[in-house]
Write a protein that binds this ligand. Sequence first.
Ligand SMILES: *Cc1c(COP(=O)(O)O)cnc(C)c1O
Length: 376
Amino acid sequence: MIPFNIPLVTGKELHYIARLFKDRKFCGDGVFTDKCNKWLENNTKAKRVLLTTSCTHALEMAAILADIGKNDEVIMPSYTFVSTANAFVLRGAKIIFVDIRPDTMNIDESKIQKAITKRTKAIVVVHYAGVSCEMDTIMKIAAEFNLLVIEDAAQGVMASYKGRALGSIGHIGCYSFHETKNYHCGEGGAILLNDSRFIERSEIIREKGTNRKQFLRGKVCKYTWVDIGSSYLPSELNAVFLFANLEVAEKIRKKRLKLWKRYYDKLSDLGKNKSLELPNIPDQCEHNAHTFYIKLKDNHQRHLMIDTLRGSGIQAVFHYIPLHTSAAGKKFGRFSGKDINTTRESEKILRLPLYFDLKITDVDYIAGRIRKFVNG
Ligand SMILES: *Cc1c(COP(=O)(O)O)cnc(C)c1O
């Protein structure tokens, strides 16, 4: 059986965890959290990066930092994970869903302006599969209408747009280190602060709304409750696990890209003769091979393909029932304009196994099975 994902183990994790036992320091913001924050700052050029317990929590912090409240509207694609919307709904906002581009599955930047009203506070972009949204256009619209841009870059670690790291382009960026992502610690995330006005407050919100961080730096003599917040910092056990991934990040990136390219090369003729669709990477985007997907004709053909692959011991999966069609999505949001691409394209997509320990020969086998199906 070739599963869809096998979480990465680098081999260094237990060695590092043993060091925590020696030092007896397990709670958050220790040496390894600091190492991860610095590593991420160096590699993204974000002004400040803080590890969080998840990308979901990084998004919740972003919603608090953006001062989202009742009657505010937040623009985002409907083709995304629930956390992108939940974070803002938790603060009372209405979600305005905008259609996606079929070529990247990302928000269609040309349809954003029409969705803006007096109540709009922020645009949340999702870089699907680690392929960037059209950020220059989106940042220009945001500047014109005085809106914040928050990047859900859960899938975008080590990917870039015109040479800039995803998550470092908008005002705030959010990363995921869930075990299904390229770099992980089981459950984890990070918030990237690219606008210095958010840095101090983000430290407070992450520490239960206290100024504990300033206290530890000796800036105040007592720490106390100063703002709303929650416990958004991970334990050192998570940080140390993540560090074992980050220190070999380049090796992981290269391996994933190699597997991705093999799929692409092996299936490219089927893409050319339109038997199926292959992913598109715009010139200005450097992706991170977060996922390799193909697109079938429709939901029916997709299910036949899933069954065929399963019969060959291959687990292929799809995801994202468009949020605007879900029970909560209907309650907390509305779709701006017509859903031309979101539902149709989401019903075509099929994600193939892609993980560090996958073998090139596995990719060849999977591509061969797909070819057999397509050729009837
Ligand atoms: C994985 C993912 C999340 C959630 O990440 P967690 O770290 O599991 O909270 C949010 N948004 C997108 C687009 C994701 O892919």
